[in-house]
Design a protein. Structure first.
Length: 139
């Protein structure tokens, strides 16, 4: 049975689900930062997905990146699948601005995470659900 890795569950807020992936919001208000996690048990690398699921992941990732870039006015989108700390396959999508706290370096380890306030989470959740109208809530 699929479960989000405990570290992701601890650091993120579940926003919803696309056809293949769970959509998580990193609880760091320094950056609009979302994570796609394919809802497949035991998958650590993209090549472990079937070809159909690899293509679906690419479609969902591209759609997410484009939507975020356009809606949030990104200067650059950082998209990465590292997995050194969390082995479960997950793809980071981070909206970057030339004036953000880590620019031009990667965001990891540059600043302390600034957790969202409850009201901010709900506003962002609604914004993302409008932006991705087919995003299904996850209970």
């Amino acid at each position: 049975m699929f479960e989000v890795h405990p570290k992701l569950a601890e650091d993120c807020i579940t926003i919803g689900s696309f056809g293949l992936c769970r959509l998580l919001l990193m609880n760091d208000a320094n950056y609009p930062w979302l994570i796609l996690v394919p809802e497949r048990e035991g998958v650590m690398e993209i090549y472990q997905l079937s070809q159909e699921h690899q293509q679906q992941l690419l479609r969902e990732s591209s759609r997410l990146a484009q939507g975020l870039a356009e809606d949030f006015g990104a200067d650059k989108m950082n998209i990465a699948a590292l997995g050194n700390v969390v082995p479960q396959l997950h793809i980071h999508h981070i909206v970057r601005y030339r004036n953000d706290p880590a620019w031009p370096a990667p965001v990891w380890g540059k600043t302390e995470a600034k957790p969202y306030q409850h009201g901010q989470i709900e506003v962002l959740r609604q914004r993302l659900h409008r932006l991705f109208a087919d995003l299904a809530p996850v209970s």
